[in-house]
Design a binder for this molecule. Structure first.
Ligand SMILES: [Zn+2]
Length: 423
């Protein structure tokens, strides 16, 4: 039997344990915001890594404002050295999950296992991925294969809110860095047969329109900030959105609708507070938050200039139109370099496990790859893991056990290839 065959059979033998570990992770409600039960989850992952002969460290995100006594930001990293230190393959999963929301028919934090699936908030995004990473490394050990190189596995916080106390913080501390890390795989749920090479850019911004307060019975004496925001929304709808929809990236973003540039209004408020006391006033202030996803080909500068152009167009054509624009968050698009060994290792592993070539995709939303690439300086990073992207953040989230086991196999074989381990 080859090393690869022994590893594949070790994964099959561990199938029940992989499911049980996923379920145990789901039962810890690591809801973000605000960041519940992070320490419990870090300890559960750390305990499992210790049983798998990793040396384990816990890293509290000291200095980050969101790291508080009530909601500590605790990350965990396990390292297992093989025959040599390098190459080092880092497997990273975030263990925070978004709130459950409504519409569930199963307990979102029950970790139920039935119908060939593990159910609950965070199963596919991405506690199954964490279990796949741990058991990929463990199957190599159980198969008696000594890795030529080392493996690191991290469980990190706050990916859903930007990852600043998680992967970004570890990269800033140089705990994840080009000096020690050669390759990274993030088992986010992009589909068991797809390798994700990056994501679009994000430009979150706030626009405040300013009007002039007056009595609501004589609105002609004032300037309505809400009406002016309405004019902005109308211009975005009739002029900007068709322009964005006509732009297509060459990066294989999925689903196909996300291959175009997009903009969404995340929220809006102005004038009298909803549920507040009746005040017959013309609104002198209206605020809206926008989420513009931009393409690699667009770049951030042109993206922002286009928004300013729309706003300045209104200033010129509408008397008294006044606005303020504030950047809330900018994430630049990320893309794994062409010919990256991490892509080819996963491709051949996929062929071996599933009998078909994996598709190369990019993510509509952002994830921690940006921090690996931009802060840690580790460009050879991709997302590959079990679970269906469309189920992420939805009610009745689940991960197919067959996908979970297959993704574990693919990650294990990719690790053998990346490290050049043959026996
Ligand atoms: Zn995720």
């Amino acid at each position: 039997m080859t090393a690869a065959d022994r590893v594949l059979s070790a994964v099959d033998q561990a199938a029940d344990e992989i499911v049980e570990f996923t379920s145990a992770l789901v039962r810890i409600p690591t809801i973000n915001p605000p960041g519940e039960a992070y320490e419990d989850c870090a300890r559960l992952i750390g305990g499992m890594l210790e049983r798998c002969e990793f040396s384990v460290e816990y890293h509290a995100a000291e200095g980050r404002p969101e790291h508080t006594t009530r909601h500590p930001r605790i990350n965990v990293i396990g390292t297992r050295r093989g025959r040599t230190d390098r190459p080092l393959v880092h497997l990273n999963g975030h263990f925070d999950v978004v709130p459950a929301g409504n519409g569930w028919t199963v307990d979102p934090f029950g970790g139920e296992v039935h119908d060939g699936r593990v159910w609950g908030r965070g199963t596919c995004d991405m506690k199954a991925g964490i279990a796949a990473a741990v058991f990929a490394a463990e199957a190599i050990r159980r198969a008696g294969v000594a890795l030529h190189g080392s493996v690191e596995i991290s469980g990190t916080v706050d990916e859903e809110s930007g990852g600043f106390a998680g992967v970004a913080w570890l990269a800033e501390q140089r705990r994840i860095s080009a000096e020690r890390t050669d390759f990274a795989i993030i088992p986010e749920p992009l589909g068991v047969d797809a390798i994700c090479i990056g994501h679009r850019g994000v430009y979150w911004f706030e626009v405040v329109t300013r009007g002039r307060i007056a009595h609501g019975s004589m609105p002609f004496h004032g300037v309505s900030a809400i009406e002016h925001m309405g004019l902005l929304l109308e211009r975005i709808h009739s002029e900007l959105q068709p322009r964005l929809a006509a732009r297509t990236t060459a990066v294989p973003v999925i689903p196909p609708g996300a291959r175009h540039a997009t903009i969404n209004v995340n929220g809006i408020d102005g004038g009298q507070a909803v549920g507040g006391i009746q005040t017959p006033c013309v609104a002198d202030r209206c605020r809206a938050i926008f989420d513009r996803r931009f393409l690699l080909e667009e770049g951030f500068d042109a993206t922002k200039a286009e928004i300013v152009g729309v706003l300045d167009g209104l200033t010129r054509s509408i008397p008294d139109f006044r606005y303020e624009l504030r950047d809330l968050m900018v994430v630049h698009p990320t893309r794994t370099p062409d010919g990256s060994p991490v892509v080819s290792a996963l491709q051949s592993a996929l062929e071996q496990v599933l009998g078909r070539a994996g598709g190369i995709v990019a993510s509509p939303g952002t994830y921690d790859q940006k921090h690996f690439a931009r802060i840690a300086g580790v460009p050879h990073c991709v997302a590959y893991g079990p679970g269906i992207l469309d189920l992420a953040h939805q009610p009745d989230e689940y991960c197919d056990i067959a996908d979970l086991v297959n993704a574990t196999k693919v990650i294990a074989l990719a690790m053998l290839r990346l490290t050049g381990t043959t026996s």
